[in-house]
Design a protein around this ligand. Structure first.
Ligand code: C5P
Length: 359
């Protein structure tokens, strides 16, 4: 309980009703090493904060740890669920909404709030979801997932092909789609290995992640971790070409025109699809034109089990966007996923992959 919570209800009441000890202090003199928050953080399979005030959301969002609850939030490595409760105007405030978005990006799952009449007399969103509904939601989200027992290897992000000590060739991939797939696959029960190019977003929680720079490094790292994988999802925007020579000194500006010699990189997903004991192999196709034609061609040429195609270079969706739409093809089948946020889209695509993988 936070200090504010104890002003509403005494810890003793909670203890008597729940028949469990109530923790209120950051440094607990009764604990052997006085590190109660670390013990609690290690002990939990998941952390549910219900009700969570606007103040607590702000603290979690910015990593403040000045009481037991906020320190516990920072210290846990398990999944975190938050059921907010506050006045409707506080809920609508941009600061609160931004904190919710930040926390969602940090991997927190929100339950509610509900709408209705509030303790303060207002009507609107901000009522804590009913406890039975919260428990129901937790059960649903933590029941053995559709990827339980499977090993999934993912590539994500761009690659960097070095030209000289200060320059490289890369692309606009943000890694958001691959990271969303990694995080959601883990939540659906898979054991996930992520091989990522350089990105600016935080690594997904509970996912073994290896960072690489070049296409060649990504190829080697994927191959090192390929044994025993059930599903491979190649969401990385791997460079198709790499400089033939990496200059050891910075290339100097001299002539009006200059030439760059590039050679093809090894196709990672196509190489995986050629392995004996190959996993169920899924590729991506980011296109600016002839989406279906190019996607179908890649599906066959790279010998993939499935390909997820999306438009890039448009205002909405694609590279660097938080939203995306996908057109998915496999032998004798296709499915459209309309534009939605990447975590949601990742769940839809993974459900389809799980269905085809088990088929
Ligand atoms: O041929 P293209 O690069 O458009 O194909 C895209 C698909 O192939 C993506 O799934 C991408 O991750 C994968 N790819 C790869 N290795 C490469 C190039 C592309 O795995 N060298």
């Amino acid at each position: 309980m936070t200090k504010a919570a104890t002003q509403f209800i005494s810890p003793l009441t909670f203890q008597a009703l729940s028949a469990h000890p109530v923790h209120t202090e950051l440094l607990d003199a009764d604990q052997e090493n006085a590190m109660g928050h670390i013990n609690l953080a290690r002990w939990a399979d998941l952390l549910l904060i219900a009700p969570a005030t606007a103040n607590s959301l702000a603290k979690f969002s910015y990593g403040l740890a000045d009481d037991l609850l906020s320190t516990l939030y920072l210290a846990v490595e398990c999944p975190v669920y938050i059921a907010p409760a506050m006045n409707q105007a506080m809920w609508y405030k941009p600061a609160t909404q931004e904190n919710i978005q930040r926390l969602t990006r940090h991997g927190v799952t929100f339950i509610g709030p509900d709408e209705g009449s509030q303790a303060c007399g207002d009507i609107g969103p901000g009522r804590m979801t009913e406890p039975e509904a919260i428990v129901q939601s937790l059960k649903l989200q933590n029941s053995p997932g559709i990827l339980q027992g499977t090993k999934v290897l993912l590539t994500a992000g761009p690659t960097r092909e070095q030209l000289d000590p200060v320059r490289f060739i890369s692309n606009r991939s943000s890694g958001k789609m691959g990271y969303a797939l990694a995080e959601q696959a883990q939540r659906l029960g898979a054991q996930v290995t992520l091989i990522s190019g350089p990105v600016a977003i935080p690594a997904p929680k509970h996912v073994q992640t290896f960072f690489v720079q070049s296409a060649a490094e990504m190829y080697d790292t994927v191959m090192q971790h390929m044994a025993g994988q059930d599903i491979m999802i190649a969401a990385a925007a791997v460079a198709d070409y790499t400089p033939e020579l990496v200059q050891t000194e910075k290339i100097k500006k001299q002539n009006e025109k200059t030439e760059l010699n590039l050679r093809k990189t090894k196709d990672i997903v196509a190489s995986v699809a050629k392995l004996d004991n190959r996993p169920f192999t899924v590729g991506f196709a980011a296109e600016t034109q002839n989406l279906e034609h190019y996607a179908q061609d890649k599906l066959r040429r790279k010998n993939l089990d499935m390909i997820a195609a999306n438009w890039v270079g448009q205002a909405e969706g694609g590279f660097d966007s938080d939203c995306n739409a996908l057109q998915v093809y496999w032998e004798n089948g296709q499915q459209t996923f309309t534009i939605t946020d990447k975590p949601q889209l990742a769940r839809q695509l993974l459900a389809l992959i799980a269905e085809r993988f088990h088929a």
